[in-house]
Design a protein around this ligand. Structure first.
Ligand SMILES: Nc1ncnc2c1ncn2[C@@H]1O[C@H](COP(=O)(O)OP(=O)(O)O)[C@@H](O)[C@H]1O
Ligand SMILES: [Mg+2]
Length: 244
């Protein structure tokens, strides 16, 4: 079976200013899969995501998103490409002074010319999809941690992006809430045919959602493959992670 690569990273070396964080990283993410990025704190997971969504420019290497060369795309085309990418940041930053519905409406208002009525309908639909049909008129501060993640997720998928990036979506959630968030991610993949790149270090979560695992160690790929292969990996940091 050959799968289409929606994301292709070639020899990416990147980081901040003069600080190299990622070294010669190459991998592909296939259509419909959930790739989990793993590694100890500070190894470069968030930095890798920032490169993939164009927030950081690498020192060298290539990044292809949905067949487009991200780094040589003119700004306007890069903006259009970015609409096809959903991002759930670590701190799910919802605006606290406006309702959940108004938060989810932001991408439609910024990137479409849809009329208010239609936007409202789409917002309700997305909130229903993430299991928050009754939270539309609440303020983010009135939501539980798990509900806030769901609301942020509704906003991230507002424009039906084929690719969703999520940075530690379950961080700070209790195990039951984290499990239901994992199920939601699996449902979204199934319902919307999304491709997901998820940073996490919760072993239970990895077992639930990962098709493949990319293990970063000091900015390099220490392992890339399935959970089964990871358990049998000879790489020291990988062994240490799975058998601490
Ligand atoms: N804005 C920044 N400027 C310089 N260095 C940074 C910045 N953000 C993170 N770093 C450094 O990059 C390394 C990788 O960080 P990060 O990608 O956030 O790790 P992870 O997400 O795997 O915990 C760390 O050493 C961190 O201190
Ligand atoms: Mg991080």
């Amino acid at each position: 079976m050959t799968s289409k690569a929606l994301i292709k990273v070639e020899n990416l070396t990147g980081g901040y200013n003069e600080t190299v964080i990622l070294k010669d990283v190459s991998f592909e993410v296939y259509e419909g899969e959930i790739l989990v990025i793993l590694g100890t704190s500070g190894c470069g997971k968030t930095t890798l995501l920032k490169h993939l969504i164009g927030l950081l420019y690498p020192f060298s290497g290539k990044i292809y998103l949905l067949g487009h060369d991200l780094l040589s795309l003119p700004e306007k085309k890069a903006m259009i490409l970015m609409r096809k990418i959903g991002v759930l940041f670590q701190n799910g930053a919802l605006l606290n002074s406006i309702t959940v519905a108004d938060n989810v409406a932001i991408p439609y208002e910024q990137h479409t010319n849809l009329k208010t009525d239609l936007i409202n309908q789409l917002v309700r639909l997305k909130l229903k999809l993430v299991g928050l049909p009754h939270a539309a008129e609440l303020l983010p501060s009135e939501l539980s941690g798990g509900m806030r993640k769901r609301a942020a997720l509704a906003r991230a998928i507002a424009l039906d992006p084929p690719i969703l990036f999520a940075d530690e979506p379950a961080a700070g959630l209790d195990p039951v809430t984290a499990a239901s968030l994992d199920r939601l991610l699996l449902d979204l993949r199934k319902l919307l045919g999304m491709t997901l790149v998820v940073v996490t270090h919760e072993l239970t979560s990895i077992k639930r959602i990962a098709d493949r695992i990319l293990f970063l160690d000091k900015g390099r790929i220490a392992f890339l493959g399935t959970m089964e292969q990871a358990m049998a990996s000879e790489s020291e940091p990988v062994k240490k992670f799975f058998n601490p």
